[in-house]
Design a protein around this ligand. Structure first.
Ligand SMILES: N[C@@H](CCC(=O)N[C@@H](CS)C(=O)NCC(=O)O)C(=O)O
Length: 223
């Protein structure tokens, strides 16, 4: 079988692309990547021509495996876990809990996603004023991270001890807390530090920092 190809967006901005990219890397699964610069005509409407050409939803990420096209970040992560089962916890009930929080991230935290769009290389000096729904999202986030690490983290730094898809789903959120100078509790900061220390994350981060293209709507936030 030909090497799978992961079609992704700009590394500085595309949080949905980062998630399955990490899962594939952590799973030791060989893949090629193809980056499509987001922005310009059709952006925000799922109508970028180059994206449409590789993804039926008009959104990245999309993984091409032979003739199959897997779109949706979480579905790609699930495919990765079929190749490398340790991407989920081994205990069935713990695994179910890990899946639940991965789904919660995929479907929820809308206020955090709205107000803190991913911009890996940007740093605000001060946290912007928080809206009530954003504050509620952050409260839930800290409770979720802290609770899982206390119950399942063991000696490790990640949510379930070893790196799992749940961590891949939350990795972009860690960068958002850093970018927007969010005053997070110490244990949440420790979790973010574990993500930032990860070698695969750092590979993506270096590429994000070196990327020349910018997306104006993301840069305009809080300017
Ligand atoms: N639910 C999708 C969301 C994918 C998504 O929104 N991708 C953005 C980039 S991060 C995109 O392709 N945007 C193109 C557009 O808005 O036209 C997933 O989890 O993969």
């Amino acid at each position: 079988m030909a090497t799978p190809v992961l079609h992704i967006g700009n590394k500085n901005y595309s949080s949905w692309s980062l998630r399955p990219w990490l899962a594939l890397k952590w799973g030791g699964i060989p893949f090629e990547e193809h980056l499509i610069a987001l922005g310009g005509e059709g952006y925000g409407k799922s109508e970028i021509k180059a994206v449409r050409a590789v993804s039926p939803s008009g959104r990245v990420p999309a993984l091409h495996v032979g003739d199959a096209v897997i779109h949706e970040s979480l579905a790609i992560c699930e495919w990765a876990a079929e190749q490398t089962p340790s991407l989920w916890p081994s205990d069935p009930l713990v695994r179910a809990e890990a899946r639940a929080v991965a789904c919660e991230m995929h479907a929820g935290f809308a206020a955090v996603r709205r107000d803190f769009s991913m911009n890996i290389r940007r740093r605000l000096e001060r946290m912007p004023p928080l809206k009530d729904d954003t504050r509620a999202d952050l409260t839930r986030l800290y409770q979720l991270w802290g609770g899982l690490r206390a119950r399942f983290g063991g000696e490790g730094q990640f949510l379930f001890g070893q790196r799992t898809i749940a961590d891949a789903m939350f990795a972009p959120v860690a960068t958002r807390l850093r970018t927007y100078a969010v005053e997070a509790p110490e244990d949440a900061q420790a979790y973010c530090a574990a993500i930032f220390a990860d070698a695969a994350f750092q590979e993506w981060e270096r590429a994000a920092e070196a990327e020349p293209m910018t997306i104006e709507t993301a840069e305009a936030l809080y300017r």
